[in-house]
Design a protein. Sequence first.
Lengths: 402, 384
Amino acid sequence: MRRRRDLRFGFALVFRREVGWLRRRPLLLTMTTAIPLAVMALLTLLFSQGLATRLPVAVLDLDRSDLSRSIVRTVDATPDTRVAEYVADMAEGRRLILSGGVHGLLYLPRNLERDMQAGRQPEAVFFYNAQTMTAGNLTLRGVNAAMGTVSAGIRLSLRTAQGTPMEEASASVQPVPVQLAPLFNPTLDYVFFLLAALLPSVLQIIVTTTAAYSVGLDVETPHRLRILRRLGGGLMPAIAGKMLPYTILFLIILGLADTVLFGLLGLPLQGSRLLLVAGAVLFVMACQLAGGLLALLLTPMASAVSIATLVTAPAFGFMGIGFPRFGMNLFSQWWGALLPGTWFLTLRIDQTIRGAPLDLSLRPLLILAAFVIVLSLLVVLRLEGLRRRAEAPARRLAEAVA
Amino acid sequence: MNGIAAVFRNELRRILTLRPVFSVMVLALAVYALLYPQPYRGEALRRTPIAVVDQDQTVASRDLVRRLDASPDVAVASALPDFPAARRAVFAREVSGVLVVPEGFERELLRGMASPLALYADASYFLIYQRVALGVSSVARTVGAEVEARRLVGLGVDPTIATAAVDPLRFTAIPLFNPQEGYGSYVLPAAFVLILQQTLLIGVGLLGTLPGAAGVRCADDGTAMAGPFATVAGKLLAYLALEGVLAPLYLVVLPFLYGIPRLGGLLPTLLFTVPFIVATGALGLVVAAVFRKPLDVQLVMAAVGLPFFFLSGFAWPFEAMPPVARWLAAPVPSTAAIDGFVALGQLGASLWDVRGHVFTLLTLSAVYAAGAVLLEARAQRAQV
């Protein structure tokens, strides 16, 4: 009775065989569950505190006047910066920046207050470390805002002292104010945005390399591919049964990560969940097919895994999360366009923080679908080619005997 | 001493002859050198496209739009009739912001009142938002200052005093070390260190797990020619010899070819390379002993590269991370190495300035090398 059931070839048999492999091969199981979850937990931990606040800056105050002290107080009061050190000269400030103790040095020259009152337009200078861009830009933003506040206050008091009415005086402080309204992402929270983009990037690496590995296990021994085909009772059920266990696993992993992101951390989810899920399924499948194709084309399997790593590991930069794609050279734009992650992230950003109209998000979804179709065709063609090559000697032998 | 030399020669020969190892440690480095920097070749975002909805259509509003288009940060890509159309253009990623010049813009200016502009910037990408906001506000500030100075002169104030009254306290921000604030100049020096670390880790991991890893043996009785200590020392020296050639190419020559500014001297960088390579190589030996199979090394190391980069505190400052992150980051050589190499090369720091990082790398070298010796001793006992 049991034997008969085991002999029923088809999709389910291949599926069960793959699940059995997963259970027996600790590496495969670790790569598909523990590692992605650990990486995601680590990244979530790193970004869990939100944007950096109160970054340390140093002050070189040569004036020691009411004005200079009020500047220092204002800089210390911004959410971005805090005055961590008072230095006696530039050399000390430079040393502090080099050792990473502070991110910038605010220089307030001698006679700042006197020159300002005399209308000589003295200059305060902020030297900041632009090499570490995130921290450098944040401190610059803080000091810039503080100086703007102080300067506006001075101009206002200069005018009211001359007898200008308050309303007119405040209009003259900034005749053309810019009312800045962020479209989407109203809290300007880039931290979780970055996190939401990093997780699929890590998954792209893991899915592609493990697919190359699991398919490679079948390619390495010549008869295994034939067995797989027989077990599946055809090419399509065999491929589907081979892929599906991983597709399900990775989608569960992504689902878990997104539950934490959108549920616990409260990242805005303003789009269509259906589109997001459809995109995730196509993205995972495209990565699997790409890894599988590499394993079918390259032997030994280690080479396939190496090439998969070589392409996916530096992919983050090409997907335009840090530096946008329209600012890249043509090569990088095309290279990025050939990565499934680029389109999944486009769709993800559109349908989470942007809440873009659905028709605009169909394009990345269709591109992902095209990836899946083209890669499937290539996989089928390659499998057919491998089969013909494997059968040719056998046939020749049969013909020779005949 | 004989043992060390034999292990050294054997390991170097294996690096150059084992195809997977050579591919990772040399070929992959070459590919990354060409591929990785490509997205950042443009360095900075220039002329980010925005749309303008000019509801005023006056001389003043048109002048403002012209000046915006002439500014280096933003480009006026389209003039659209209403806000919904412009918003859709942002959704379609055709433009990255919408500037609305309200009706009555010129009239308010002429009346001596504040005449606000409304800027709706795409805030889903940090760099874009920053550029658009900065570009538009600086043009608005310049226009505003001119308007204000004209008003004061019109009231009979002396022109020099009028200029001073508009801007009584000047403020200049000077970027140190990366004067053009280039994105590539920021990312690449750090990324190159990480690429070196990952290729070395994978390479050493493969060397320790591929056939022939058991080491050099005497021809007659098959016993190991070198003890555990000599084996580890010989291997580490082999990695130093190889990376002694590759690391300067990667950390000095390559950044130079990509035009990344460098202030530091050559010698401190070269000296700093030594503890970095030893720590990474010794960690690789431990990794090899733990994972045991070449594919395990390849797959796991591929997955941890990106997290290592963010863990290093370079792209994302430690001040913004929970304290436990520092503890998790410290055992990874790239954490101290990235900060140290960038300080020595791009910031022009001395070795004394980065002594903390030197100390960290030396400690890591000692701990991992000791671990590697213990694991090697166990492996040799198991073979006897």
